[in-house]
Design a protein around this ligand. Structure first.
Ligand code: FPP
Length: 245
């Protein structure tokens, strides 16, 4: 009898390497970001095929504003184009699109487009696709703490009642399955302030593949790698084996 392979319910990806991919082709960085957009499509298809429930992509970090103005502008244009071009198909495929992060920093037309895409796809359940923009893991923890503090101020919550569950429920993506697999492409092995709270028990998968080259086969390899991990949550290997038996 063959047992079903373990499929992560929720995958997060730091899509790194667009710039180097473009540089290797003597093209501007925006060319790499554009190729990165195609890889996003590949991975969404892959997640739908593999039965992953939620996919969270780091598209623009709170630190990315420090990039040259021209590159930031090119990325914004790319996001708008991608929204205009992809929302119909994502909707048809049953994908629920959500933007997470401090959206207040974006200009009004972009915010309106993001909101329209979220509203339009809100009833979809095949795949939760979360795009993190102007997002930072520490920002996420701070906004959850502020929200809890405000509830204390209003007399709706006792300070002593604040525990992991109370704070966790105020964090981005709280209503989705816990993060199982954290992937980073482009050869760096760090979290870069992405989903710090949510990644507490995630399996980490680092690959040298540059993001524009990351395809469905790469995703499948990452999922296979995940399937070989033993998730212990603080228990011993023997305890985990006994539970499985
Ligand atoms: C990191 O590569 C990539 C980004 C900061 C932008 C990610 C954006 C996309 C993949 C575009 C499409 C996204 C959506 C959601 C439509 P880098 O520029 O840091 O690469 P480098 O490390 O090689 O310089």
């Amino acid at each position: 009898m063959t047992s079903r392979p373990a499929i992560p319910r929720h995958i997060a990806i730091v899509m790194d390497g667009n710039g180097r991919w473009a540089k290797a082709r003597h093209r501007p960085r925006s060319f790499g970001h554009n190729a990165g957009r195609k890889a996003v499509r590949e991975v969404v298809e892959g997640c739908l095929r593999e039965g992953v429930e939620a996919l969270t992509l780091f598209a623009f970090s709170s630190e990315n504003w420090r990039r040259p103005e021209e590159e930031v502008g090119a990325l914004m244009t790319l996001f708008v184009r991608a929204l205009d071009k992809e929302t119909d198909e994502l909707h048809a495929q049953g994908v629920r699109l959500r933007f997470v992060g401090d959206l207040a920093a974006f200009d009004q037309p972009l915010r309106e487009r993001m909101q329209a895409a979220m509203t339009r796809t809100t009833g979809n359940r095949k795949l939760h696709l979360n795009i993190a923009v102007n997002y930072g893991g520490r920002w996420d923890i701070v906004q959850a703490a502020r929200d809890a503090a405000a509830a204390v101020g209003r007399g709706e919550l006792r300070a002593e009642a604040i525990d992991e569950a109370v704070l966790g429920s105020r964090m981005c993506l709280a209503e989705l399955p816990p993060l199982d697999l954290f992937i980073r492409t482009g050869g760096e092995c760090r979290l870069s302030n992405f989903l710090l709270w949510q990644a507490a028990y995630a399996e980490l998968h680092f690959t040298d593949t540059l993001w524009p080259d990351f395809d469905q086969a790469s995703l499948h390899r990452a999922i296979e790698d995940y399937g070989r991990r033993e998730r212990r949550y603080g228990r011993t290997g023997d305890q985990v084996a006994t539970d499985k038996g």
